[in-house]
Design a protein around this ligand. Structure first.
Ligand code: ZN
Length: 260
């Protein structure tokens, strides 16, 4: 241990050592979650915090967490390369306005599961424009593993991921209309029709079922999984999560932080 400490210490003092390029925070991220949501959504939030906290790029990024996006101004949000939205969305007019302005001006968003939930009571048309889909339509119950199929392998988000894989158990949402009907949306992955009928109590029997996509008009990726404590148990799905995160951050209009 002594030798290791001495060696690292001398490296830190050598400015020419190549690894020094990563010795400063390259970007900031804000992980926004709800600690008052249903238990399975809080479980996912706690595991997501653990997952992203362990993630390192050299010494290079700062992760902040919050359960309150409603009191954040646009000026405050501008410091973050990405908002990681874990089963939560702003609910007040002020919070929504700040988030809209952030996204309309190059902000980044990686959203999971209920972060996109909206129905007739949400009264936030911009959210649908942003997501590129309609309102929540239905879900399977109980949470289940599903066979996912990639819609494209020609994307930095899906590169190196098998064309189909079994995702960990989750509650899966369908939307009406589907994001696939929106020409501004690139669908990345969908639930295979081979899964039908999907569910036991609440059964989905048919329909187009995209579960990962991006709206080309924004710096965003939506991933539909995010329910329960099994979501980070699969290396392939974790790779999809990481590549989606990296995709959003790397397109920061202030410059690609990974190239600093
Ligand atoms: Zn859920």
């Amino acid at each position: 241990m002594l030798c290791l400490g001495v060696c690292l210490g001398s490296m830190a003092q050598d400015a020419s050592y190549p690894a020094n390029y990563a010795r400063a925070p390259r970007f900031k991220a804000l992980l926004y979650y709800s600690d008052t949501a249903e238990e399975a959504h809080v479980q996912f939030a706690n595991q997501a915090i653990d997952f992203f906290t362990r993630l390192t790029y050299g010494d290079g990024w700062i992760l902040e967490t919050t359960t309150d996006l409603d009191t954040r101004s646009y000026e405050n949000l501008q410091q973050y390369s990405v908002i990681i939205a874990i089963n939560a969305a702003p609910s007040t007019a002020e919070g929504r306005a700040a988030f809209e302005k952030y996204m309309e001006n190059g902000g980044g968003w990686l959203g999971f599961h209920a972060a996109a939930y909206n129905d007739a009571n949400t009264h936030w048309p911009w959210l649908n424009k942003f997501l590129g889909c309609g309102t929540f339509y239905c879900n399977n119950w109980p949470p289940q593993c599903v066979l996912l199929e990639l819609d494209t392998t020609d994307s930095d988000i899906t590169r190196n991921i098998p064309s189909s894989f079994v995702a960990p158990e989750s509650e899966w949402y369908q939307w009406n209309p589907s994001p696939r009907s929106n020409s501004d949306v690139e669908i990345l992955a969908s639930i295979s029709p081979k899964n039908y009928p999907l569910g036991i109590k609440d059964i989905i029997r048919h329909g187009d079922f995209p579960v990962a996509w991006r709206n080309k008009n924004y710096r965003m990726v939506y991933l539909n999984y995010g329910h329960g404590d099994r979501e980070f148990t699969d290396a392939t799905q974790n790779l999809l999560t990481l590549q989606a995160f990296r995709y959003v951050v790397s397109r920061d209009p202030k410059g690609n932080p990974f190239e600093k």
